[in-house]
Design a protein around this ligand. Structure first.
Ligand code: PLP
Length: 377
């Protein structure tokens, strides 16, 4: 591979995470619920993993609940909070640009009689504080807003939600999908004023199939699964120790946010500098987006054609969300972009391991593509 620039879809596991996953598989394979030696050792590991993830999130260990990933954490937060609070109101406020795991959860709740308000976004992909304030009323039991968008990197004004909820006197639980922001921006729940926060391991160089939901003490959630008493009965099932250990090791290996942010901003700026001379390339991400994601459109070259061209040269980028495979981006549509921008969109996403050489490889190939590929009208 010449350049891996699809880190918003998934990141390569770091060495620490691989070693910890293997260690848990080979040495700590006991069931953390068992009372014998093997179980006790696994339980110790589980407890230390919980502390590591809690410290990376910026919360207490008993506020961290392990799940199978961002999708499950979002489902648990949204469906769990709505069902636990259904007697207090029926309105749910979210945005039109959430990840499909949020959108499909709220759609399912709509079918069960909840009223869902999908906030629109501006050309930058941002919801307005005024619209948020208009949408949150005393019947609102849940507000779910992402920290940073997975297709364009727009950072949402999540920190104003608590103020509005308090002012209105809404009985709302506040949820933030921080899958793309975790490890990249400061997302401490207390700082953001949120009750529930979703994180996922494979976006921070940990294994796939594991994530966590932060649940502030005292916040009520109904479980989605029924079974044993693992994860305080909120998420029953024998804990997935190998991937939990890998996740915790990846969380421990995260450098300070400011350090990665400074490095990745340099990487992003190198790409933007290189794109500046290409008059047929439009930047779809806002200037103040999370620098880990750059969304562009190369006019006249369909995303798929460009992806294939780049893939043949060992360059991995995407056309948008990995979960929306093949479908046109509803995020870019919600931002008011036209067909020509949407059909030619590319998402380039970085990690702290992205090199300048990878950016130069991409720029070189983009230039070649612009000169050789036949453009559609
Ligand atoms: N939320 C956002 C913003 C995402 O980008 C993703 C994954 O792409 C998810 C949730 C789902 O996370 P997972 O892949 O761990 O289920």
């Amino acid at each position: 591979m010449e350049a891996y620039l699809d880190n918003s879809a998934t990141t390569p596991p770091c060495a620490e995470s691989i070693a910890a996953t293997q260690d848990a598989l080979t040495r700590y394979w006991g069931n953390p619920s068992s009372l014998h030696q093997a179980g006790i050792e696994a339980e110790h590991l589980l407890s230390s993993c919980r502390s590591s993830v809690a410290s990376a999130i910026g919360c207490e260990a008993d506020e961290v609940f392990f799940t199978s990933g961002g999708t499950e954490s979002n489902n648990l937060a949204i469906v769990g909070a709505a069902l636990a609070n259904r007697r207090r109101g029926k309105r749910i406020v979210t945005s039109a640009v959430e990840h499909s795991s949020v959108m499909e959860s709220t759609k399912a709740l709509q079918e069960r009689g909840f009223e869902v308000v999908y906030l629109s976004v501006d050309r930058m992909g941002r919801v307005s504080e005024q619209e948020l304030a208009r949408a949150i009323n005393r019947d609102t039991i849940l507000v779910s807003l992402m920290a940073a968008n997975n297709e364009v990197g727009t950072v949402q004004p999540i920190d104003v939600v608590r103020r509005i909820v308090t002012r209105v006197g809404a009985p709302a639980t506040i949820h933030c999908d921080a899958v793309q922001a975790f490890g990249k921006l400061r997302v401490q729940p207390a700082r953001l004023g949120v009750d529930l926060l979703t994180v996922s391991s494979h976006k921070i160089h940990g294994p796939k199939g594991v994530g966590a939901l932060y649940v502030r003490k005292g916040v009520k959630l109904n479980p989605l699964l029924y079974g044993g008493s693992q994860e305080s009965k909120l998420r029953p099932g024998t804990e997935a120790m190998p991937v939990i250990a890998g996740f915790a090791a990846a969380a421990n290996a995260l450098p300070p946010v400011s350090q990665s942010l400074a490095y990745v901003t340099g990487v992003r700026d190198r790409l933007l500098d290189g794109l500046r001379g290409m008059e047929d390339v439009r930047l779809n991400s806002p200037q103040d987006a999370l620098p880990y994601i750059v969304n562009i459109s190369v006019y006249g070259i369909p995303s798929e054609t460009m992806l294939n061209f780049l893939s043949q040269r060992g360059i991995c980028v995407s056309s948008g969300s990995a979960c929306a495979k093949g479908k046109q981006s509803r995020v870019l549509r919600a931002m008011g972009l036209g067909d020509s921008e949407i059909t030619s969109a590319l998402r380039v996403s970085f990690s702290r391991f992205t090199t300048w050489e990878e950016i130069d490889t991409l720029l070189h190939a983009l230039n070649e593509a612009r000169q050789t590929l036949v453009r559609s009208k």
